[in-house]
Design a protein around this ligand. Structure first.
Ligand code: 6R9
Length: 586
């Protein structure tokens, strides 16, 4: 669409209010961390708030093309700010509000942001996070920071914390926004102008600033949202991701708004104030389309079906998952217990880099197979290659690549064209390389087998993490499993398995024997016999919930250097695992 002019904010707001007559429709039901905090925002209210924020940004000196760092929790102001940037042609760079000051600093400097929007603080469950203080810590250390035009802080309507205040550069949100006009002409942008930079989740390596542009991204998120969730105007849709990740960008903000959808915007966590919080919210808003991650499903599965039974989930129509391969056990629980056997489960495979779903079922149209992301979305051409870059036909396993671009594909790594080319296009020239392994079955269905870097090579057989882990989680005592390789004199590599047990299950010798058998004959074959099995009360995960197998690999190998841990959610988990390493084979 190069050469065409557009504004994405105009498309997702003004167009809905002015031409589709959706001004009075609810855009978001905001549900706070604490269940008594809530807010309803209609499309016309959203448009006004965005315009005020856009005017405030302009007044603070933000211009077309400038990068704006946003470090906010899941509050409406996060949506207002990102759309305000889009309205005036600024490029948003959202940093998940759980990152440390160092990670925030790295991202602000890499994208050369001129302004930072943050909040005084946020409660996540019972834990208070002083965001402004974290942001200030980094400003003190990095006086060379490019932040020229000052830090604007949003003061949450419900919280007032003591925060350091530097009158030279800090501005309160309400002072900046409250008196701003509710009208702001959109800046007409080129279709290929940048929309945002977002750093990848970093489960394998150093985070990269993925750049997306306007028109293709709008088209792709809008279309995938419509078809993959079978969107209808009376739906209430809820995606539990944080907007700090691509899932939130594409499927909380842009995709749903482009379709004039009503969404739930949730600030809290799944287990606060009780483990039935998700189900309670589904009942409260009569949610019909629900989208979450395997890590959340496995967490909630640990508590059994009792918390579910207290709520009316009959409004649910479609269930979605994203983020990791979903093991068939968790898939079945999602389908049977949450969806009560009525709702198709759409297992959507995609990446920050792909902008939107690339492999996915369409509900009710695609026959499902638990654990498979099924088939490509319209216009997407998946190919499986072997080590030598040869295309494999029919039933096959190898590298997942795409042969043709689609509208939502990333356009670059911010400020680093070389990294963009090397990471995604160099290994197999002519293809976009996902970095994931994949198997195609006899029906042409695609099964993601995990990141290529995490593959296991035992006695010359290439095993995927997903298949061994799926075998272990079949055991009724196991909530979650992660498998990595460890060098072995005879086999080359052997399997080191970390297992998290369900509540009240005991880790003992007979369980170890049963797990060894699971991996072995029953499922995959003798080569998949676990050599080491370690009890893992928790697994190292990124802040978006992906298991960081590279850290586990270092633990299994007793390596002291654990690599870049900045994307790790809870460093304590690693200490526990290190202290309980298995020295002897099981
Ligand atoms: C959207 C998102 C991308 C990586 C991707 C893959 C894994 C995502 C998946 C899946 C199997 C699925 N992944 N969805 N694996 N089945 N349905 O998660 O983006 O944070 O960039 O992660 O996540 O390994 O390459 P991102």
């Amino acid at each position: 669409m190069e050469g065409a002019k557009t504004n994405i904010c105009y498309n997702v707001l003004d167009h809905n209010v002015l031409t589709r007559n959706l001004g009075e429709k609810v855009a978001y039901h905001w549900e706070g961390n604490s269940p008594d905090l809530r807010l309803t925002i209609t499309y016309s209210q959203l448009l006004k708030q965005v315009c005020r924020c856009a005017n405030a940004l302009k007044k603070l000196g933000v211009k077309k093309g400038d990068r704006v760092a946003i470090y906010l929790p899941m509050i409406p102001e996060l949506v207002y700010s990102m759309l305000a940037c889009a309205r005036i042609g600024a490029v948003h760079s959202i940093v998940f509000a759980g990152f440390s000051s160092e990670s925030l600093a790295e991202r602000i400097m890499d994208a050369q942001c001129s302004i930072l929007l943050t909040a005084d603080g946020v409660y996540r469950g019972e834990k208070l996070i002083n965001l402004k203080q974290i942001a200030d810590e980094f400003l003190l250390v990095h006086s060379e920071m490019p932040l020229g035009q000052g830090v604007s802080t949003t003061q949450l309507p419900f919280l007032k914390f003591k925060t350091l205040w530097n009158a030279e550069c800090d501005v309160w949100w309400d002072e900046a926004v409250d008196n701003a006009s509710e009208e702001c002409d959109p800046e007409w942008m080129d279709a290929e102008d940048p929309l945002f930079v977002l750093y990848t989740s970093g489960s394998t390596g150093k985070p990269k600033g993925v750049l997306h542009t306007i028109a293709g991204y709008l088209l792709y998120t809008s279309l995938t949202f419509k078809y993959v969730f079978d969107h209808h105007q009376d739906d209430v849709y809820w995606c539990t991701a944080d907007i700090g990740w691509i899932t939130g960008h594409s499927y909380i903000t842009y995709g749903p708004l482009a379709n004039g959808a009503t969404s739930v915007l949730f600030e809290g966590i799944p287990v606060y104030p009780h483990v039935g919080r998700f189900w309670e919210i589904i009942e409260k808003y009569r949610v019909s389309k629900f989208y979450t991650a395997p890590t959340a499903i496995r967490l909630l599965m640990k508590y059994g079906i009792e918390p579910l039974q207290k709520y009316d989930l009959s409004s649910l129509r479609v269930l979605g998952t994203v983020g990791e391969p979903i093991n068939p056990e968790a898939w079945m629980w999602y389908h049977d217990a949450v969806g009560q056997g009525r709702c198709p489960v759409v297992d959507t495979f995609w990446q920050t880099e792909t902008g939107g779903h690339v492999l996915t079922p369409l509900p009710a149209a695609t026959p499902l197979k638990p654990g498979s992301a099924t088939l490509p979305f319209f216009g997407v051409l998946p190919i499986i290659l072997n080590e030598h870059g040869e295309e494999l036909e029919g039933e096959a396993e190898g590298y997942l690549v795409f042969k043709k671009p689609w509208p939502g594909i990333m356009r670059g790594v911010y400020g680093n064209q070389e990294c963009f080319e090397n990471t995604y296009f160099k290994k197999f020239p002519g293809f976009y390389v996902t970095g994931d392994g994949c198997r195609r079955d006899k029906d042409g269905y695609y099964w993601i087998t995990g990141r290529i870097d995490d593959m296991l090579n035992v006695s010359g057989h290439l095993l995927s993490t997903a298949e061994v882990e799926a075998a272990l989680t079949e055991h009724s005592a196991v909530a979650e499993a992660a498998v990595v390789s460890r060098p072995h004199i005879v086999k080359g590599e052997c399997l080191y398995c970390f297992v998290t047990l369900k509540d009240f299950r005991e880790f003992n010798h007979s369980l170890m024997d049963e797990l060894k058998r699971k991996g072995k004959r029953e499922k995959i074959g003798p080569i998949a016999t676990p050599d080491f099995i370690q009890n893992a009360p928790g697994l190292p995960k990124t802040r978006s919930g992906k298991i960081m197998r590279r850290v586990l690999r270092q633990i299994a190998r007793n390596e002291k250097d654990l690599g870049d841990l900045s994307t790790l959610a809870d460093p304590k988990v690693v200490e526990v695992l290190l202290s309980q390493r298995c020295e002897a084979a099981a």
